[in-house]
Design a protein around this ligand. Structure first.
Ligand code: C5P
Length: 237
């Protein structure tokens, strides 16, 4: 199916961009005793860091998706910077909830992990600008520096994988809204770790633009310490 067949945005008009910032995970690997997005970095929650940078990237309508018991708290923290809705069991359920809350006139949707709290405004703008009729799905990616091995169940190396064509993919990921909605509807019960994977299953092209090391995903206590270090040195502003 071509992008035009799906009624994608007209190339001549600048589409209205919205964002879904998912923050409804439990974040147990961080060991902070509360959902990861509500952990503070330099006195500000990861969720607020993420939403601020998305807004600085030019996105005016942001939906933050949080655990149901923290909807009121997130509303207090974010004020008019974001609309807040409750998330679901899986990441893709949370994205779908955010997508449903976006105003009807939003044509391009950025999906962003709150855990990538230092993803800079320049990355947000780069991804949003790359989405269009010929690029209905856009992801930021970085090259791989480690040597990669495929292993069997016994831990023996089966093969050395060519890292040259591989990319580490980050968020925000940008989508034509129609495409993203269809990708989620089609996904049903099958799970995916990112939204681009759902678009790939539709047989549509996913375009990679340059990622940014600052968009690291805060998963462990070490990642949090690194993010704190970057902020203290004026990086990630
Ligand atoms: O679990 P993982 O680290 O892959 O989560 C990535 C992002 O998705 C996090 O920002 C997390 O809060 C969010 N998430 C969510 N709802 C879930 C699971 C994860 O919003 N059910």
């Amino acid at each position: 199916m071509s992008a035009a067949d799906m009624g994608l945005a007209d190339e001549s008009a600048a589409p209205l961009v919205g964002a879904v910032v998912v923050a409804a995970g439990s974040g147990t690997r961080l060991g902070a005793g509360r959902p990861k997005a509500f952990v503070e970095l330099a006195g500000v929650t990861l969720l607020e860091h993420a939403v601020s940078r998305v807004r600085d990237g030019g996105v005016r309508h942001v939906v933050a998706v949080v655990p149901v018991e923290l909807v009121a708290r997130a509303g207090e923290l974010l004020g008019d910077r974001a609309q807040v809705v409750a998330g679901g069991e899986r990441r893709q359920d949370s994205v779908a909830a955010g997508l449903r809350a976006l105003p009807a006139d939003v044509q391009v949707v950025l999906v962003h992990d709150a855990a990538r709290c230092l993803a800079p405004a320049s990355l947000v703008a780069r991804v949003a600008a790359a989405v269009g009729p010929h690029a209905p799905a856009v992801v930021p990616g970085l090259t791989v520096v480690d040597t990669l091995k495929e292993v069997d169940d016994a831990g023996h190396v089966v093969a050395t994988v060519d890292r040259e064509p591989l990319r580490r993919v980050q968020t925000p990921q940008g989508f034509d809204r129609t495409v993203l909605e269809q990708a989620h509807e089609t996904a049903g019960d099958s799970a995916a770790t990112d939204d681009a994977a759902l678009v790939e299953r539709l047989g549509l092209a996913v375009t990679v633009v340059a990622g940014d090391e600052l968009a690291l995903k805060v998963t462990t206590a070490q990642d949090l310490a690194l993010a704190e270090w970057l902020l203290a040195r004026g990086r990630g502003d």
